[in-house]
Design a protein around this ligand. Structure first.
Ligand SMILES: O=c1nc[nH]c2cc3[nH]c(NCCN4CCCCC4)nc3cc12
Length: 373
């Protein structure tokens, strides 16, 4: 098994676990946050800067790379690691979610999904087989089964049909997955906000014995407590010796709450996306550095932060760069936000090691201010 999960310990105070995920391109300490590099680049970041801030694995998107530049070109370049000069682990999402969140004119059948490219309107399709073959060509260490992420809200009957189809698609992905690479194919549990459908989906997928399991269909606009409830309804049916990946989740509160419930892997565009409009995650909560009140503030963005941006630049300078539309400003806010979440997971792992993640949660929320950001 080229990708192997090693459970180190479970937190005595919560259901969190400390682990290490071994992959062909290196080891990942879990729980982990994965920066998102949708089009084979974490926007504005060099691989060296990502390593300096502590990123151990990054995510890229099959949908985007399938549309542009095409998986054949990436394969010809020697695969995604070579193409983007990132020699650590990569995970690729399978494309189903992006088809529904980005493309026009979609048609979903048992075969797969037909859609129009959001770039040039070309009529395209993805199936469990083709999405798996594209990911085999891209060469990520961890690839995802092709699934449907039902919209929220959705009728129970629709979610039931969609979830059962996703289970059939998962089996087709396993059959299509070429074993010639050392890639691990993870299954994605669906089931909407319905405990019975979540349980059935987990049982269907674990019967196929994937090396890891994602929980999809969440972080789609539902209230956060629904998401946490669905984690509690799903995780008991997933094997303890395999990693659990909560897709699309990246606010500080959700990373802590998800870790407490036994999630090992997270990804989200949130830190990089809000950085590009000058919003920062700091130990004192969210801060909009382009706000006029920072015009003459010559202190660091976050006094408690040790990132390159906070050690070398002031709020006034970064505010100026953003107001002046200088690229460097957004690079600094991105460096900070990514470092903030990667470092938050360092603290979460430390708290698990010391059996005090419940206490850490209280202390963090006290300073950061409550959830939903
Ligand atoms: O069910 C899923 N299957 C495959 N990939 C997914 C990716 C997902 N990403 C999200 N949520 C992303 C939410 N994100 C929050 C910050 C702003 C942009 C949207 N849910 C997901 C579910 C899935």
């Amino acid at each position: 098994m080229a990708v192997k999960y090693e459970l180190i310990k479970t937190c005595a105070q919560t259901g969190a676990r400390l682990g290490r995920l071994h992959t062909p391109h290196g080891v990942i300490d879990t729980p982990t946050f994965m920066p998102v590099g949708t089009q084979a680049s974490v926007k504005g970041m060099s691989p060296e800067e990502l390593k300096t801030l502590g990123a151990q694995i990054i995510l890229s998107n099959t949908y985007h790379l399938f549309l542009r530049p095409g998986h054949e070109l990436v394969k010809e370049a020697g695969g995604l690691h070579r193409f983007m000069n990132w020699d650590r682990p990569i995970l690729t999402d399978s494309g189903g979610f992006q088809v529904f969140s980005l493309s026009e004119m979609r048609k979903i059948t048992e075969e797969g999904v037909q859609f129009r490219s959001h770039i040039n309107g070309d009529k395209l399709s993805l199936t469990p087989e083709s999405a798996t073959q594209v990911q085999n060509a891209l060469g990520a260490d961890i690839i995802m089964a092709f699934d449907e992420c039902p919209p929220y809200p959705a009728e129970y009957e629709y979610v039931k049909q969609s979830t059962e189809r996703t289970s059939r698609w998962a089996e087709r992905c396993l059959k299509a997955h070429s074993r010639s690479h050392d890639q691990a194919l993870f299954g994605i549990v669906q089931g909407g906000m319905h405990a019975d459908l979540r349980k059935q989906s987990a049982l269907d997928l674990t019967s196929l014995d994937f090396p890891g399991y994602a929980m999809g269909g969440l972080s789609v606009g539902e209230p956060k407590h629904f998401m946490y409830e669905m984690l509690e309804e799903t995780i008991p049916y997933l094997p303890g010796n395999k990693p659990r990946y909560l897709m699309g989740v990246g606010s500080p509160d959700a990373l802590i709450e998800g870790s407490i419930r036994g999630v090992d892997m997270f990804d989200c565009v949130l830190p990089t996306r809000i950085a590009r409009n000058g919003t920062l995650m700091t130990s004192q909560g969210r801060m909009v550095v382009r706000n006029a009140k920072y015009t003459n503030d010559f202190g660091p963005m976050d006094p408690e932060c040790s990132c390159y941006a906070c050690r070398n630049y002031s709020r006034a300078y970064i505010r100026h760069l953003i107001k002046a539309d200088e690229m460097f400003g957004l690079r600094l806010t991105t460096i900070h936000n990514l470092h903030f979440l990667v470092n938050l997971m360092v603290q979460v792992r430390e708290a698990i090691r010391e059996d005090r993640l419940g206490t850490f949660r209280e202390e963090f929320f006290e300073k950061y201010g409550m959830a939903d950001n």
